[in-house]
Design a protein around this ligand. Structure first.
Ligand SMILES: NC(=O)c1ccc[n+]([C@@H]2O[C@H](COP(=O)([O-])OP(=O)(O)OC[C@H]3O[C@@H](n4cnc5c(N)ncnc54)[C@H](OP(=O)(O)O)[C@@H]3O)[C@@H](O)[C@H]2O)c1
Length: 338
């Protein structure tokens, strides 16, 4: 008989109201996978894009999945069972992961559930110094900051450019982080500080106290002044916002510097950048348990911290998506399954 669990399912694409909390078959760990009893699941922008059917993409790129599907990539929980050949973990281990991303980008990685099956290679032991809520807030944002700034960690094809992304030296350099209050931004600030950079954080004013506490050397409230009116000669700008007008950052980067675009769609000024001697680069985050183990040491000892914007019971995933859709997130929105 199929064992059942509670999960958040989509039967159709749409607004937050299409997230339905209901009974679903409990997954079984496939070969090389680990069944995780979920304690908490973190929200990320791709969860909202998927719920909405990736409406911002051209029709031919949009997903055409077989419903129902279960969204969610980021999870923290406890190992409940091991599939054959799943090495490195034991039943009862506390673990965290970004699950099958981007492989399951268009159909959901199924983390909004009581149980999720995770490739062992995506999984790492949860840092003991943080709880499941913080650990569930970490994976995608932390791996994004890590793969942009520390170590790409894979040789998958880059969907955004013909060359692999490469981090740049940060020690003694000046780095501006735009969108510093969000999931990726608040970790980029901390990772750049840890690498020895001087960090300028750009966010709305209500994030200033948090960002200074996390190590930002200078804070710019974008509601009062645009970054390009305040600073110049940056070695690196990492933009964790995207949208139109990303090219404005070129004017504040030194020749030989770099502009890293976390959401590069819409950047059109490659010729201008080349003329100024500025490298423009992006990458798509990839699941990586090894990197979560490595960066997890910094979560464990408090070098990196996960700010929690808000938590919601798993059953109220639609309210969590409403919160995320309003924007202005400070750190992470997390669902609690226990
Ligand atoms: N390349 C990849 O693999 C990858 C991986 C992860 C995420 N992403 C993309 O990166 C972006 C950020 O992701 P996230 O998880 O960090 O999202 P998030 O948690 O929602 O954070 C976005 C932040 O941007 C800030 N913001 C909005 N407008 C701004 C503006 N004009 N100037 C400065 N800050 C502004 C928001 O807060 P305030 O307005 O209150 O400051 C918020 O804190 C998304 O577009 C996501 O799709 C890409």
């Amino acid at each position: 008989m199929t064992e059942m669990m509670k999960a958040v399912q989509l039967q159709e694409f749409g607004g937050p109201e299409v997230l339905l909390y209901r009974d679903a078959p409990r997954p079984v760990a496939a070969r090389g996978e680990v069944l995780v009893r979920v304690h908490a699941a973190g929200l990320n922008p791709p969860d909202l894009y998927l719920r909405d059917g990736y409406r911002a993409l051209p029709p031919e790129w949009r997903p055409d999945p077989s419903f129902p599907l279960i969204p969610g990539t980021d999870v923290s929980g406890v190992v409940a069972a091991l599939g054959t050949g799943a090495a490195g973990f034991r039943v009862g281990d506390a673990v965290y992961a970004m699950v099958r991303f981007p492989q399951d980008l268009m159909k959901g990685s199924s983390a909004y559930a009581d149980y999720v099956s995770v490739p062992a290679s995506d999984l790492a032991l949860k840092p003991q110094g943080i709880d499941h809520v913080q650990a569930a807030g970490a994976p995608m944002s932390l791996l994004t900051a890590w793969q942009f700034l520390v170590d790409l960690g894979h040789d998958e094809r880059n969907p955004f450019q013909p060359f692999p992304h490469a981090p740049v030296p940060l020690e003694g350099r000046t780095v501006l982080v735009n969108g510093a209050g969000g999931g990726v931004g608040h970790l980029a600030v901390q990772v750049a500080k840890w690498k020895g950079a001087r960090v300028i954080a750009v966010a709305s004013g209500r994030h200033e106290a948090l960002l200074r506490d996390l190590g930002a050397d200078q804070f710019i409230d974008y509601g009062r002044a645009a970054a390009e009116e305040v600073v110049q000669d940056m070695d690196l700008v990492i933009d964790a916002v995207g949208g139109t007008n990303m090219e404005r950052f070129l004017s504040i980067i030194q020749p030989g510097g770099a502009l890293f675009l976390v959401n590069p769609l819409g950047f059109v000024a490659h010729d201008d950048a080349a003329g100024r001697g500025i490298v423009v680069s992006s990458t798509q985050v990839q699941s990586n348990g090894r990197q979560l183990a490595e960066a997890g040491r910094l979560l464990d000892n408090g070098t990196l911290r996960i700010a929690i914007d808000s938590t919601f019971p798993l059953a109220q995933a639609s309210a969590a998506h409403e919160r995320a859709s309003r924007g202005g997130i400070q750190g992470k929105v997390v669902l609690i399954a226990e």
